[in-house]
Design a protein around this ligand. Sequence first.
Ligand code: FPP
Length: 241
Amino acid sequence: MEKIIDGEKLNIPNHVAIIMDGNGRWAKKRLMPRNFGHKAGAKAIEKVCEDAHELGIKYLTVYAFSTENWKRSVEEVSGIMNILRDYLKTCIERATKNNMRIRIIGDRTALDADIVEKMDELERVTSVCDGLNFTIAINYGGRDELRRSFKKLLEDVNAGKVDKDITEETISCYLDTAGIPDPDLLIRTSGELRLSNYLIWQLAYAEFYFTDCLWPDFDMDELKKAVKYYNGRDRRYGGVK
Ligand code: FPP
């Protein structure tokens, strides 16, 4: 989709994926505990959803908690889980008001029952919304997602429900992101240049944008910078133009 942004005609990426990094450093700069940064990070998510929708982005997927993040201190992990609890509580009202469809990806089996219950409710209630498709990755790891998908796929092949001649489309259908188009643009904040096990299958042809901006400071101006960078890229998907 094309849109005029600040007087410039821009091609808007359909799906933007974000690695929200730098909350800890943002808090440290303010001599505050790490969870203060995560709280500010959760606030930034709310605004970025509105900004993404305003720009015409249809899908936004954020990395909130990875399968590796359990290695952090008990205090930090429980802090993030409580921020998530608060976020999920207020999200139902905000999502229905803004017509946002929420999906959660990742392995829910390790999460507390009350959180899983809220996630299920949020997905159910917003399944009729057709504004921004907002996906939150929680206890998510790309390799773990592939492992879980292959396990399920193997079960279905053995039960004769799926043809043994597996296609790429079959695999995509077994991922947590089934039904969601692949991201066109990946944004990672805070200057780190890694994928950190995020959407490793889905990001195969995405453009990557890295910024030094710390996640809690990420705003509309930063999002526009990323979209402008995306417009300067020549996407060839392995072909020649
Ligand atoms: C990375 O910054 C951030 C995380 C691992 C957690 C992100 C969590 C949130 C934004 C809040 C909870 C999410 C929701 C959906 C409410 P870091 O801690 O690695 O920062 P650092 O690299 O500066 O230490």
